[in-house]
Design a protein around this ligand. Structure first.
Ligand SMILES: [Zn+2]
Length: 164
């Protein structure tokens, strides 16, 4: 993705209040490798139940506030992130809810989905098996995973932004 500045990130949020945006803790942007990610996702260092996703959607940054449900899935079971579709131990996937944008969110309407607990889907989809007869080009596999991730993130954002 193209880089974002702190002010672009703070201005991008659609489903939260100015008060909550002011309280948001950002990650160290100078450490971000922008070209190897479909979205910037992080947990709030000072309010760990909050997570954030920001990405470029039709040439405009869109940010989504997420709230983690109280408990993670049980570690013993296997789970799958709904965005990157990476199979993971249950303890590494969290049920997040996103307030809907606009009046619906103010009225308490949310969209829930299971996502990687640390919101590092872009890193996970880049872990690929070595080149082999079965997998001739790891770059193709990453490209197809990235396309799927972006398309599922867009669908999730559609749900968050949908009026009513
Ligand atoms: Zn994921």
């Amino acid at each position: 993705m193209l880089p974002l500045t702190e002010s672009e990130i703070r201005a991008s949020f659609t489903n939260t209040s100015a008060h909550e945006i002011a309280r948001m803790t950002l990650p160290g942007l100078h450490e971000i490798v922008w070209e190897d990610r479909e979205f910037l996702g992080w947990r709030d260092a000072h309010a760990i139940h909050r997570g954030y996703i920001v990405y470029w959607r039709d040439d405009r940054p869109v940010g989504i506030l997420l709230k983690a449900a109280g408990s993670r899935m049980r570690p013993g079971i296997s789970a799958m992130c709904s965005l990157c579709r990476t199979p993971l131990p249950g303890g590494q996937v969290t049920l997040f809810t996103a307030p809907r944008a606009g009046q619906a969110g103010i009225d308490g309407s949310t969209i829930g989905t299971y996502i990687c607990s640390d919101l590092t889907c872009s890193m996970l989809i880049r872990i690929v098996p070595p080149k082999s007869d079965m997998q001739p080009d790891p770059a193709d596999l990453i490209a197809s995973r990235a396309e799927g991730l972006s398309s599922r993130l867009n669908s999730f954002t559609d749900d968050v932004l949908r009026a009513g």
